[in-house]
Every structure is written in C-alpha cells, then in structure tokens.
Design a protein around this ligand. Structure first.
Ligand code: PEP
Ligand code: MG
Length: 582
C-alpha cells in the first residue's frame, strides 16, 4: 500500500529508487565502571576518538580524486576539517573524560550526556546557521559512538546494496558519508533530522541530489528495499507508489531533467528582460570556494559574503592579518564586484572568545547583535574593517553593515571605517581608492527611514530573512510560529517597495540578498516591485535568469502597483496568482 510522508524539502528534484536504510538506532548501554577500571575506560574513549580521526583523514585524502578539486571539494574538505577540529575540542575530549571519571560511568553514556548538553547549547542559538551546528555535534558524536559500540567498526555505513542508485534513509547523513555515498550515486537522501541550513542540506544542494530532511520516523516507516519517490522541492516521500503515481513522477522527473539541461545554455547570456531591462544577478557566498561556483553558474559578482564563517569553531578571534588573508583570497577569486558584510554575530551566538559576559537575553533577536555588537566592541569592528579595507586592494570591494536600524548607527560605523582608512593610508597600506559602504535593510525601521539613510548609504541590500521576521513579529527559528512567516504579506511587500523607491529617488542602488531573492516563485513579483539586483545561492542563478529573460518588466510593474493598492485579501490573492504568469 502506498504511503505519503512529508518532511522539509531542501534540495530540489525528483528521485525514484529503492530504500536503503543506514545506521540502525544506536542502543546506548549504561553501566557503572569500577574505580580501578576508570583509566581503561578513558583509554577506550581516547582510542575511539583516534580511530574517528583516522577515518576522517582517510576520507579527506580521497576528496580531490572524487571531485577533481572543484568548488564542492573545498566545501566538503572544510566540513571534514570542522569535524576533525571537534574531535580535538576540549568540550568533547576533556569533558567526556571528566564525566567518565566523575560519574564513574561507561564511555558511551558519558559521550551521550555531553552530546546532549552541547546540543542543548546550540539549540538555544537564535541564528539558524549557528543553530544548525548542533548537527555537527551529533554527527561527530555518532561517529565516535559507533566505534565505541563496535557497530560497523566506525565506518560510515556506505555499502550500497541495490544495483540502482538507492534512496538513502538515515537519522542524519554526515558530510563524510555523502562523499562515500556519492561514489555509489545515491538517488536521494531522506533524513530524520536536520534543517534547510544543515551541512547535509548544503552539500546535497551542491551535489544536486534531491533531499528531504526532518522527516521524523522515516527509518521506521520506510521499509528496506521498497520503491520510493522523493520530491526534494515539496519535501514529499511516496513509498510503494502505484503505477499511476509512478508514471506521473517519471514524467515530472524527465521534464525537470530537460529543463536543467536547457538552463545551462543560459550561463553566458545576459539577464535582460523581454522589454530590455538589465538585471544584475549576484551570488551569496560563505567561503572562497563558493566564489568559483558562483562564476561557473553565471553570477556577475557577489552580493553577500557572510564573514561569520571565519569566526566559528574556534576559541580565539581571527586577527587582522588572518582576516585580511581570508578576505583577499575571496576577493581575488570573485569575478566582478563583491559585497562583504561585516560581522553578524549576536549576544546568543557570541564566539567562544568573545569578551561579552553575562546572561543570555530573553529576546536575542532584538538584542546586541550584528552592527550593535560591533559598535559596542569597536576593537572587534576596527580589526575587521582594517582587514576589509586592505583586501580592497585586490578587487571591487563594497562593505555592507547588517541590522542597521537608524541613521546614527550607520554614521557611527562610517566614521570608524573612515578613521581606519586614514590610519591605513598613514601606514602606507595599499587599498582601493573607493570602497562604498552600504546598509542592509532588514529592520522595518530602516525600510521606513530609507530616504534618510539614502543620504549616507552608497547602496542598500534588503535582507528579507530578517525583514520578514521583524515586520511580522515572528521568530524565524521558532517552529511554533513558522506558519506566519510570509514573504507575500502586504506589509513586507510595501516595505520592499518603499526601500526600492527610496533608492530610486536618491540614486542609491538597491539589491536583495535574503532567501526571497533566490526563490523563483517570487522573481516576477520582485521585478514588478522594481528590484534590479538579486543576490542568491549560486545554484538558483540560472533559473531566476530564465524567468527574467521571459518577463516583461513594464507589465509586471503595473501589476505590482495594483497589488500594492489592493483593498481586499481576495483581490490581493488573485493579483499574486497573476504573478505566476508572464
Ligand atoms: C537576511 O536577513 O535576509 C540576510 C540575508 O541575512 P542573514 O540570513 O544572514 O541574517
Ligand atoms: Mg539578516
């Protein structure tokens, strides 16, 4: 009998294959260890850590051969390095050792307790990227646990038992597992845990493997060897489909495959609408390797480089020279302009080495984060700004300030940047003659005050992820209120239009770098609202480009005007539906 299941679709595409389940549930034994045996138990734990390191190093060594040193290989190597770092981290090594000794318990139980404690810490983080780091903690712990339990002798469970590419069903899939599974050409991944920002999701997207995550109970509900259809866009899994369903999805898969092949033809074509409006398509990146992928997929530059990555998974802060080298590498790798965002860390997602102490505030999203934190800790900000200005010697760098909520904040940051420039000049450091400084518009106050901000900002970039959260008063990481997260809410659309209009009137370019910009469902609507610069995950660039090329912007603009003036919900809905067509 067919069974429909629903999770979160994080990597688009249709896959059809037989289910192969990975890793059974790990039964974790709990027992007391006699004082005389404690040294041996600690040694057993350290031995497991070492074996886990050896495994990961072996996998890492295979990467260049597997990917030919392309963009994905750097990303995957970075994931594995993160796991290697975790295996050396005191919060794992020393904490578990201390737990074994203090609680006189077995290594598995101590590891489980420490994993749960670390997971709880990450879960409380407001930033979805940092929150998703709990997946790393769980994956690294699972690897060590499997070794301790002598299950699969610590090997990532990668034997593929069916001749056709299988649908891999697992609690979670580690980046290392994905590398090995990719050799066997997995058709799809279905996991019980993880979210759209998890490493599994990021990797699956970069491999183009349809993936559904967060499907609780998947391993119980899907039977080994049964046929399953995965819709990685809608997050659906259909097990044991009947003949009609099968032929429907086979047709859908074929259409998608030929669409994709057609899309690659657009790579070198300019993004110009049917009525001649030139649109700039830029990429959001987090690492230098992403820059290569961005250019390969037709992006004209980088509209958002998130710098937080450099500050993660470490105890100390990166100094000016280290930051300069990292930024310079990315700037040199990017073809075209690059907009680098200054640190967007917050009170709850303070790096280990942060100087701020004290209790976590009740509303971290409204607290000391992003530019607020940088202005409170000018040394942190100045160090980054100096590194960014020095990196500007290598390309067309723009500096973008996140979470700006008033003009004073922007001015204050601008002054710090100007002072840093003076100082660098006096030191004789090379720099670009002009490094434009712009504001992210992601707080409703900034959108409303955009005409005032436009007097000082050289560009705007609309961060819809936060703009929607703050406008609709819904925590973007709170599952309870997720259903209210609506990019099409009239208030959001009006704020977007107001920002674009303020930019048009002041001659300040306006881009959008939130997820909405890379979602093809909203491309026409955004064109209608007057957006001319879109920054998105590189993998979305060609699809958005195709829609632009097929659009008549003048007509979409008229439609958007009617939309903004709509008086009733039904009128609004029918106008929004119209945006589904050219
Ligand atoms: C945004 O808020 O839309 C954005 C691009 O920034 P982040 O998702 O990093 O908060
Ligand atoms: Mg943001």
């Amino acid at each position: 009998m067919s069974l429909w299941l629903s999770g979160i679709g994080v990597s688009r595409g249709i896959a059809i294959g037989r289910v192969q389940r990975l890793h059974g549930d790990l039964e974790i034994p709990e027992y007391r260890v006699q004082p005389a045996e404690l040294d041996a138990e600690v040694a057993r734990f350290h031995d497991a850590l070492q074996r886990a390191r050896d495994e990961l190093r072996q996998i890492r060594a295979q990467i260049p051969g597997l990917f030919g040193g392309g963009g994905a290989s750097g990303e995957i190597a970075a994931f594995i390095d993160t796991h290697l770092l975790m295996l050396d981290d005191r919060s794992l090594t020393e904490a578990v050792t201390a737990l074994i000794r203090d609680s006189q318990c077995n290594a598995e139980l101590a590891l489980k307790r420490q994993r749960d404690a670390l997971t709880a810490v990450f879960e409380q983080m407001e930033d979805p990227y940092l929150r998703s780091r709990k997946d790393d903690v769980q994956q690294v712990s699972a690897r060590v646990m499997r070794i301790l339990l002598k299950q699969e002798k610590g090997q990532p469970a990668t034997r593929v038992e069916h001749a056709e590419p299988p649908v891999i069903v697992a609690d979670d899939v580690t980046p290392a597992d994905i590398i090995l599974l990719s050799q066997h050409k997995a058709a799809a991944f279905v996991t019980e845990y993880g979210g759209p920002l998890s490493h599994t999701a990021i990797l699956a997207r970069s491999f183009g493997i349809p993936t559904v995550v967060g499907l609780h109970g998947a391993r119980r509900l899907l039977r080994e060897g049964e046929l399953a259809i995965i819709d990685g866009e809608l997050g659906h899994v259909l097990a044991d489909p009947d003949a009609r369903a099968l032929s429907f999805f086979q047709g859908k898969r074929e259409r998608q495959q030929s669409d994709r092949a057609a899309l690659s033809q657009l790579r070198d074509q300019p993004a110009v609408s049917r009525d001649g409006v030139k649109i700039r398509l830029l990429a959001n990146i987090e690492m230098s390797e992403d820059a290569d992928q961005a250019a390969e997929l037709g992006a004209e530059g980088v509209g958002l480089y998130r710098t937080e990555f450099l500050f993660m998974n470490r105890r100390d802060l990166p100094g000016e020279q280290e930051q300069y080298q990292a930024y310079a590498r990315v700037v040199a790798a990017v073809k075209g302009p690059i907009t680098i965002r200054t640190l967007d860390l917050g009170a709850d997602k303070q790096v280990d080495s942060g100087s701020r102490q004290g209790p976590t505030p009740n509303n971290p999203a409204l607290g000391l984060r992003a530019i607020r934190l940088c202005l409170k800790e000018p040394d942190l900000f100045r160090t980054q700004v100096r590194a960014l200005l020095r990196a500007s010697a290598h390309g067309d760098v723009h500096i973008m300030l996140p979470m700006i909520s008033n003009v004073q904040e922007f001015r204050q940051a601008q002054q710090i940047i100007a002072a840093a420039r003076e100082q660098l000049l006096a030191e004789g450091q090379p720099m670009a003659a002009d490094v434009p400084v712009g504001a992210m518009i992601e707080v409703p106050a900034a959108a409303l005050a955009a005409p005032l901000l436009a007097r000082y900002a050289r560009f705007f970039s609309i961060g819809t992820n936060d703009l929607i959260q703050y406008t609709l008063a819904i925590d973007r990481v709170d599952e309870e209120v997720n259903y209210l997260y609506d990019p099409l809410h009239p208030a959001v659309l009006r704020l977007i239009r107001m920002t674009i209009e303020a930019g048009e009137q002041a001659g300040v370019p306006v881009a959008m770098c939130g997820e909405m910009a890379g979602d093809p469902r909203y491309t026409r609507l955004l064109l209608g609202l007057g957006l001319t610069e879109f920054s998105m995950h590189p993998a979305s660039v060609l699809e958005v480009k195709r829609i632009i090329i097929e659009s008549n912007v003048a007509r979409l603009r008229q439609r958007a005007q009617r939309l903004l003036a709509a008086a009733s919900v039904s009128e609004l809905q029918s106008l929004i539906a119209e945006f589904g067509h050219n």
